[in-house]
Design a protein around this ligand. Structure first.
Ligand code: NAP
Length: 475
């Protein structure tokens, strides 16, 4: 079993205490990662702050060249990193390779964006003055990432922060630190100056407390549950520490009667079952217009039954295990609750009798609005489907959620599409598109799905301060 070191101030560091990493397909421990105590986090912040002074002084072009070198290393080791992601997270290997492709694209996109931290000149309205708006990097950034897309969601923070001229300390999820350790090796290979990127692991609460309390840490960027996001908001109050928060979601999918049925079924499949339903932008409520309802269900059930569930390293597997026993039990509770309230179980619904945390891909029809899965994230391959009659009803029911991360609609009507764009309360809206996320466009949530945006120009702006400089030139 391999023990992975941390990466602190340019050195791979081994410590006594470790976290064990379990393969959710086999329930076996296959790796460990070293951990830090709070004093070591404080030292990492200090080193990060020292490194910031020189990193920020490089040109954007030079920082971009480093990001491209990291991308080269990740690409070189893609098969090894993909196997690590599948082993620690469980997702099918093809999806791990897809995650790496998107990681590389983020790195390369922000490598280019590093040159474009543009300010502007604002026309003066008082004689003798001139006004400049300048952008400067915010400083030391702490990044806390989740286990569901363990590499790409970390890099969605690291790449723009480094491009902006910030230095970064990453704390990955304890369930999936191996790909982060491999990423640190890629950073080392790319020869970034010491302290520009560091990797810590250990007690999330203790590490986060140091990030919150240490005045040299200037920003925390977090992806994870709304519950932990709220804890960070409370903790950030003392120092008014800036936060970017990518939190939970509860995406609706709206299938209108004019939709291309095959495209809608494919869209429902990908938004629901990709990553075994453990995605913040996964569909959690599928609303289908009544005239298409039974036809949609028949096709959706047929396609879902054909999905192969198993160890992500096996050929042809489309759905992997859930991350742990707790995740599996939560899904079973949601299914049980929905059927008790009158939902029809059309397929799946049971734990698969084999080692690992496997659930049969499940479809529930006629799910009542008060079922738990209609308001809470199930984070599993469980698809609740409901019929609707009018556009207004569909929009109203979609927006009836504390979350607002993403929403999907399938329709061929342009007028309706514009209404949906304007009225759906979500940060990302996929119209006839089940995979809307892309490096060059902003990603983030409204309502309790978070604060701020990642990716796109907004993604780098999150790590830049905006300063107004007023020049009294007397001209
Ligand atoms: P989580 O339990 O909130 O954990 C996320 C990260 O926060 C992990 O690194 C975790 O560390 C750390 N953490 C735990 N307790 C903490 C605390 N008290 N203070 C600071 N950090 C703490 O979430 P998860 O279960 O990994 O991820 C699933 C959730 O993330 C879902 O709600 C999903 O919708 C959301 N998510 C959102 C997005 C988005 O972009 N909006 C993307 C993906 C996932 P440990 O692992 O060491 O506990």
């Amino acid at each position: 079993m391999k023990t992975y070191p941390l990466y602190l101030n340019g050195q791979f560091v081994r410590t006594q205490k470790t976290i064990r990493v379990v393969n959710p397909s086999t329930t076996e421990v296959f790796a460990e990662i070293c951990t830090v105590d709070r004093a070591a986090v404080a030292q990492a912040v200090k080193d990060s702050h020292a490194a910031f002074q020189t990193w920020r002084a490089l040109t954007g072009k030079a920082r971009g060249a480093f990001l491209n070198k990291i991308a080269d290393e990740v690409e070189k080791r893609r098969d090894e990193i993909a196997r690590a992601i599948t082993s620690e997270n469980g997702k099918p290997l093809a999806q791990s390779l897809g995650e790496i492709a998107m990681t590389v694209d983020h790195l390369r996109w922000f490598a280019e964006e590093a040159r474009r931290a543009y300010g502007r000149i604002v026309p003066h309205q008082t004689d003798g003055k001139r006004h400049l708006i300048v952008k400067t990097p915010i400083g030391v950034v702490a990044a806390i990432s989740p286990w569901n897309f363990p590499l790409v969601l970390a890099v969605r923070k690291i790449a723009p922060a480094l491009a902006a001229g910030c230095t970064v300390i990453l704390k990955p999820a304890s369930a999936t630190p191996v790909c982060a350790a491999l990423f640190a090796e890629c950073v080392a290979e790319a020869k970034l100056p010491n302290g520009v990127f560091q990797l810590v692991a250990g007690s999330a609460r203790e590490i986060a407390q140091e990030f919150l309390d240490n005045p040299l840490c200037r920003k925390i960027t977090f992806t994870g549950s709304t519950e932990v996001g709220k804890e960070l908001i409370r903790g950030a109050a003392n120092q008014v520490k800036p936060l970017s928060l990518e939190l939970g979601g509860h995406a609706p999918v709206l299938v209108f009667e004019d939709a291309d049925l095959d495209a809608a079924v494919e869209g429902a499949l990908i938004t629901k079952f990709r990553n075994t339903g453990q995605s913040c932008i996964a569909s959690n409520r599928i609303f289908v217009q009544r005239s298409l309802y039974e036809k949609f269900l028949a096709k959706f059930v047929e396609k879902t039954r054909a999905l192969k569930t198993g160890d992500g390293l096996e050929d042809g597997v489309a759905v992997g295990p859930l991350i742990n026993e707790e995740g599996l039990n939560k899904a079973l509770e949601h299914i049980n609750d929905a059927t008790k309230r009158g939902a029809r179980l059309l397929c799946g619904g049971k734990r698969i009798a084999r080692k690992g945390f496997f659930l049969e891909p499940t479809i529930l029809a006629d799910v009542p609005a008060d079922a738990v899965c209609m308001s809470e994230e199930t984070f599993a391959p469980v698809a609740p489907v409901v019929a609707f009659d009018t556009d207004d009803e569909a929009i109203e029911r979609s927006n009836h959620s504390q979350f607002g991360l993403s929403a999907y609609a399938f329709t061929r009507d342009l007028k309706r599409s514009f209404r949906l764009m304007e009225l759906l309360e979500a940060g990302t809206i996929g119209i006839n598109d089940g995979v809307p996320t892309t490096s060059n466009c902003p990603f983030g949530g409204v309502k309790q799905s978070g604060w701020g945006r990642e990716l796109g120009v907004e993604g780098m702006d999150a790590f830049l301060e905006t300063k107004h400089v007023s020049l009294g030139l007397g001209i």
